[in-house]
Design a protein around this ligand. Structure first.
Ligand SMILES: Nc1ncnc2c1ncn2[C@@H]1O[C@H](COP(=O)(O)OP(=O)(O)O)[C@@H](O)[C@H]1O
Ligand SMILES: [Mg+2]
Length: 233
């Protein structure tokens, strides 16, 4: 079943149209990657899906429901969470406090959930009392994902989780994303880094606000022309 469906979406900022008739689908249980160079419109598309930026044409469906006009604050309750690329943690709060803040809209206690997240990200567990502002980029990305997981989402939207990380940390973050997916979370992974193809099931290539290609991650990885034209290889 497709958990997310984007249908011919047109959107942009003021008089500028950025996204031109964008369509894509994410099947439940998969990791689907959206790859494209800087300025392609990746973040803009995430904002449209999550309801931060209005769409001008087209539709977005989540679990079969039309969410095109649903505001972002209602999305977590529907089962979708969004981890922006930057400013995704509270720097002055500790790891533990950040996780607690992630669950503030839940009435039920959040302790058991937090322990599950610490199990998934042992590095966070060892430093519960450290302030987020003192963490390395990789740890901060894990914390930002952990915060979103406090709401127990069925689907996560991740905006360039590997950006600015050292090659070793890039491997680790993609490995954790894979583990998270194996635990049952569907993932829409926006990246400039083609390494995302190694953990994705399917991929889409966005450039200049247009969808240029789609296919299984393996097909996209093998395709030399796509690699040369869009992935800087
Ligand atoms: N708030 C904004 N106002 C006007 N233009 C914007 C805004 N945010 C992004 N853009 C423009 O939209 C285009 C796509 O940007 P973005 O979605 O951030 O791309 P990506 O995430 O793929 O790097 C770029 O040309 C960018 O300059
Ligand atoms: Mg972006």
């Amino acid at each position: 079943m497709s958990i997310l469906k984007v249908e011919k979406v047109v959107s942009g900022y003021e008089h500028m149209q950025i996204l031109h008739q964008i369509s894509l689908e994410v099947q439940e249980g998969q990791i689907v990657s959206l790859l494209g160079p800087n300025g392609a419109g990746k973040t803009t598309l995430l904002r449209v899906i999550f309801g931060i930026l209005p769409l001008r044409q087209g539709k977005v469906y989540f679990k079969g429901e039309d969410i095109s006009d649903i505001p972002p604050e209602r999305m977590p309750r529907l089962g979708m969470c969004y981890v922006p690329q930057e400013e995704n943690v509270f720097p002055s709060l500790t790891i533990q406090e950040n996780l607690e803040m992630g669950a503030f809209i839940l009435k039920a206690g959040c302790k058991p959930r937090m322990e599950e997240i610490y199990k998934l990200f042992p590095d966070l567990s060892n430093r519960r009392k450290s302030r987020a502002g003192e963490l390395s980029g990789g740890m901060r990305q894990m914390l930002a994902i952990g915060r979103a997981l406090m709401l127990n989402p069925q689907m996560l939207l991740l905006d360039e989780p590997s950006s600015g990380l050292s090659p070793l940390l890039v491997d680790i973050i993609f490995e954790r994303i894979k583990k998270l997916n194996e635990a049952g979370v569907t993932i829409f992974l926006v990246e400039q880094n083609a390494q995302a193809l190694q953990c994705a099931d399917r991929a889409y290539i966005l450039e200049g606000g247009e969808m240029k290609a789609e296919g299984s991650a393996r097909e996209i990885l093998k395709d030399e022309e796509i690699g040369r034209l869009y992935l800087g290889r």
